[in-house]
Design a binder for this molecule. Sequence first.
Ligand code: ATP
Length: 208
Amino acid sequence: MNLELKQVVIGLDNRKLFEPVCLTVSAGEVFSLMGPSGCGKSTLLSFVAGTLGEQFDASGDVLLNNQSLRAEPVENRRVGILFQDPLLFPHMTVVENLMFAASAGSLAEKRQQTLTSLADIGLEHCADFYPRQLSGGQAARVSLMRTLAAKPRALLLDEPFSKLDRETREHFRTLVFTTVARRNIPAILVTHDEDDVADRNRVLRLNN
Ligand SMILES: Nc1ncnc2c1ncn2[C@@H]1O[C@H](COP(=O)(O)OP(=O)(O)OP(=O)(O)O)[C@@H](O)[C@H]1O
């Protein structure tokens, strides 16, 4: 599974946000996207996810495994997104949040899968917690699991580490990188932090 952006140009109010973007992200790779505030990084992710607002003009194509997603509605794309703030339903427990996101299977199967994925990230003791009872790092990990429960074919990461303290950020970054490699899906990471890039992954710097 690879993710390809072909000659993507996004315009707003008759101006291009960035020069045409062409890139291919391989299965298991985290490709970073950097650039000054407002240059269009999050907008580019929305284009890939299929959630670009109508105020934007877009041309170019997104392909997943060589198949164009342009005509696919958001629910068919199976592209997962992780944001700065964990997106969890506040009135559901951790296990309920994860089961809600699970793509298929009986209730018992979903519960078992969920408990296994929580054990994988050392959070089985949080299964019955509500999101407000989680630390920032725990909520980030649950949010990642929630995104993955839908079995996405690609992952978009919009500054998911930026609100975490240094130590938590390092642990979570490692978890994200190893998870992407293990699931063998392509991922694009928007970040302002050079530490997220180091020399471990390729990076595109957008300018405006
Ligand atoms: N909903 C919106 N309506 C109108 N303009 C928008 C909207 N969202 C973003 N923009 C504009 O689109 C441009 C790109 O914004 P975007 O959020 O993609 O930048 P970014 O590179 O992700 O910024 P940051 O690093 O600060 O998150 C900016 O000029 C912004 O003002």
